[in-house]
Design a binder for this molecule. Structure first.
Ligand SMILES: C[S@@+](CC[C@H](N)C(=O)[O-])C[C@H]1O[C@@H](n2cnc3c(N)ncnc32)[C@H](O)[C@@H]1O
Length: 220
């Protein structure tokens, strides 16, 4: 992981408005939660705005999977910040690099396991954590759903020390048979007293009441 280049805010239009106009209609079931996550991140300090995602874009124009790296990168170019993305697949990361080339100065690309990456995260504090790595199989009776859920929980646990009272955690593939990718992570967030902001196809969480929360980790 190298030195982080943070983009400066340039846009005059509110982020939620920009997002809806640019990506809203293409994102279908994910639009409402991406929009809320981005709006919340945009309301914070733009000078060190930090987005971390697990599971990068792996196909050109793959809006049906979220097209997350592109959306986050476009957002930070306009509103300030930095995006870090990690993926186990060198092939997928190479594709991601190609489709996000125009924002490459504001993106850190890492090939490797997402839990190890988050456990070794060098900072700064994470404003938006997007968990979308290990694919969740819709139909499976071989333990592969549980493996995806356990991996997602592992990512959350590894990232907790880097979250702050205004962080948001967004997790993909929730509304699926068997509870989806975030099943165990949602249980853990509930245990920690976090607040669920939206629970749709994606699930969006923030520490309950930015006041008085006793987070286990480092604060900005
Ligand atoms: C659903 S795709 C990500 C889609 C992307 N977020 C988007 O919006 O287009 C899941 C990705 O997770 C990656 N992956 C699977 N296991 C992983 C792991 N243990 N660590 C990091 N990435 C992993 C896969 O290689 C794949 O590229």
């Amino acid at each position: 992981m190298g030195v982080f280049g943070f983009g400066r805010a340039k846009a005059a239009v509110p982020a939620a408005e920009w997002f809806t106009k640019t990506y809203g209609s293409r994102l279908g079931k994910r639009a409402v939660t991406f929009r809320e996550a981005i709006a919340r991140v945009a309301s914070g300090d733009s000078t060190r705005r930090t987005i971390v995602e697990t599971g990068c874009v792996r196909e050109r124009n793959d809006y049906s999977a979220g097209y997350s790296t592109v959306i986050f990168a476009d957002f930070i170019r306009r509103y300030g910040g930095h995006v870090s993305t990690v993926d186990l697949s060198a092939r997928n990361m190479a594709l991601c690099r190609r489709v996000t080339k125009r924002w490459a100065d504001l993106i850190s690309y890492e090939v490797g396991d997402s839990i190890a990456y988050l456990a070794a995260w060098p900072g700064p504090a994470i404003d938006l954590l997007y968990l979308d790595s290990w694919d969740y199989p819709v139909v499976a009776d071989d333990g592969s759903q549980a493996a995806s859920q356990a991996h997602c929980l592992g990512e959350l646990e590894a990232a907790l020390p880097w979250l702050h009272p205004r962080s948001v955690v967004l997790i993909d593939d929730g509304a699926l048979p068997g509870g989806g990718k975030p099943l165990l992570a949602k249980r853990r967030l509930t245990e920690l007293g976090w607040q669920c902001i939206m629970d749709a196809y994606q699930t969006l969480w923030t520490p309950a009441g930015a006041n008085g929360l006793d987070l286990p980790g480092r604060m900005r």
